[in-house]
Design a protein around this ligand. Structure first.
Ligand code: AMP
Ligand code: MG
Length: 358
């Protein structure tokens, strides 16, 4: 299959080129095809959420296990009422506060969304994205759009159209290239089908944000690496994910000790003939200068002060390590103020929970 790749200017969707691309993309969705499109979190791989065959195509293109449900993307609150068996006052409050935006709610399904989309569950994940291209595509197609991240299953999520192209070119009908995404981490998933709202996947909207809005919220105990015997509730959080080909370890501890440890480990690794990379913050970039002379790749992820950059760069840097055929990665810990939870959730999974104490 030839994959059409078309640029869309998210600042001005009325430009003829953008208009034409969106028109074509909407038609593909309506007729059962697949389109990758930018959202504010990561690129999604979309198909008509109510069309079983379209959902099956999504699983096939990604190589995704069929029990890992898709998120249904909507462009109005009315569409939540169309597919949920009940919309509680708490759901309404959360929707009014965070939609459109990077938050997904798990609600009980009224059966309208097929099991092929929900991975066989009687609950459904719903999100109203805020990215202009995503909103326009949902509106123009007239469909609710089922969309997981537009990567091959197991690889880091795509934050640029070129990432989607690497993974899915030839397997899907179209890629809308709307430039780099804003956030770079997948949406926060909040389970609203249980007594106490529960975060199944941390993201840009934090547990504190939800607590402030609803009064209470907890983390899914299955997310903590201390509960190795408790399975995460979101099926997708159980799989190895975000993983670069290289073995990745996170080095934790006091700043000075971390730097000394990483320098020692990376030096040893590179001298053993293994291509090595280090992920660090702006704040400690200069301390790794010595490693550059040995040929170690240093990736400055961004500053702790503007933690958004660290979030946005994470998946791109993991992909770059693959492109450079890096065999070993050592990373600082990025336990930043607001997004630390979400960033470390992805990084720990990418590392298979390999943590070295400095
Ligand atoms: P992705 O869009 O690729 O980030 O994947 C969607 C995520 O949402 C995966 O982790 C799924 O397991 C999760 N998810 C989707 N629907 C449900 C549901 N009904 N219950 C729990 N988790 C869900
Ligand atoms: Mg995904």
């Amino acid at each position: 299959m030839d994959t059409i790749i078309a640029k869309v200017n998210k600042e001005n969707l009325d430009e003829p080129e953008s208009k034409e691309a969106l028109y074509k993309a909407a038609e593909i969705i309506r007729t059962g095809g697949l389109v990758a499109f930018p959202t504010e979190t990561v690129y999604g791989l979309g198909g008509n959420a109510l069309d079983k065959e379209a959902s099956k195509k999504i699983y096939a293109a990604k190589g995704r296990p069929s029990d890992n449900p898709l998120i249904v993307h909507i462009c109005s609150l009315d569409q939540l009422y169309e597919i949920a068996s009940e919309v509680t006052p708490e759901m309404k409050t959360l929707a009014e506060k965070f939609w459109p935006g990077p938050m997904t709610m798990i609600v009980n399904s009224n059966g309208k969304v097929p099991h092929e989309t929900t991975g066989g569950l009687d609950t459904v994940a719903v999100r109203f994205p805020v990215h202009p291209v995503a909103m326009a595509l949902i509106r123009e197609s007239g469909c609710m759009i089922a969309a997981p991240s537009a990567n091959t299953s197991g690889r880091p999520s795509p934050t640029k159209a070129s990432h989607v192209e690497e993974d899915l070119s030839g397997k899907i009908d179209m890629i809308l290239d709307g430039g780099e995404v804003n956030i770079g981490l997948e949406s926060t998933i909040v389970d609203m089908t249980v007594d106490e709202p529960t975060i199944l996947r941390p993201g840009f909207i934090t547990i504190e944000d939800i607590k402030e809005t609803l009064g209470s919220c907890k983390m899914d105990p299955g997310l903590s690496s201390e509960n190795a015997n408790v399975r995460p509730k979101a099926p997708g959080m159980r799989y190895r994910h975000y993983a670069p080909k290289a073995q990745l370890s996170i080095v934790e501890g006091e700043r000075e000790k971390v730097i000394t440890k990483i320098v020692a480990l990376a030096t040893e690794s590179e001298q053993n003939g293994v291509k090595t990379a280090v992920l660090c913050s702006d704040e400690s970039r200069a301390d790794y200068k010595i490693l550059e002379y040995l040929g170690v790749q240093i990736f400055d992820m961004g500053s702790f002060e503007t933690e958004d950059d660290i979030a946005r760069n994470l998946f791109d840097v993991l992909r770059k390590c693959d492109d450079l055929q890096v065999g070993r990665i050592f990373s600082e810990s990025f336990d930043t103020k607001r997004l630390g939870n979400a960033i470390m959730n992805r990084l720990l999974k990418a590392a298979g929970h390999s943590v070295v104490e400095a």
